[in-house]
Design a protein around this ligand. Structure first.
Ligand code: SME
Length: 160
């Protein structure tokens, strides 16, 4: 049994250290990308409060295709450059969006989402996927979230 959870009231950087360690432990001995994304989505969901969606979109033949996630059913295909995920995938840059309603072209898969963090995962300099976190709370994500999820994305480049 795996029981990865941060201690209550754990400072956010420490919670991310534990989250990244848990994701590292779960994926280091496994070569199956779907299994690894599924376990990482579950770890994100367990560790991070105030989320309504946590998961992956993969770059497949020039568009984003839904990958393993936790949360409600979501849009399956997103063109590169569209919405928050598409912009992150096209530019290779993290998108930290405090209010999705102010983001031009935001794709509302779930009307409860108010803020979003999308971090590209790269391999050999190419974006291969994005990690997408959605929250019902406006301004849910900050620099510490960005740093933590970017660290996670670094280790996943060779594992998904
Ligand atoms: N809101 C995202 C689409 C993905 S769902 O939120 C899961 C976007 O604008 O890219």
């Amino acid at each position: 049994m795996f029981d990865f959870r941060p201690a209550p009231d754990c400072p956010k950087p420490e919670a991310y250290r534990q989250l990244v360690d848990a994701a590292d432990a779960l994926t280091s001995g496994e070569s199956d990308a779907v299994a690894n994304m599924a376990n990482v989505a579950a770890v994100l969901w367990d560790f991070l409060p105030d989320l309504n969606w946590a998961g992956f979109y993969r770059v497949i033949e020039g568009e984003l295709v839904l990958g393993p996630f936790m949360g409600r059913p979501a849009c399956i295909r997103i063109p590169m450059g569209s919405g928050v995920c598409g912009v992150a995938a096209k530019t290779g840059e993290t998108q930290l969006v405090e209010d999705v309603h102010a983001f031009p072209g935001h794709i509302a898969c779930d009307s409860v989402t108010n803020s979003e963090l999308v971090v590209p995962v790269t391999r050999d300099g190419q974006v291969i996927a994005v990690i997408d976190l959605d929250s019902p709370r406006t301004s849910r994500f900050d620099q510490e979230d960005r740093d933590g999820v970017e660290k996670l994305a670094q280790i996943l480049g060779s594992r998904i």
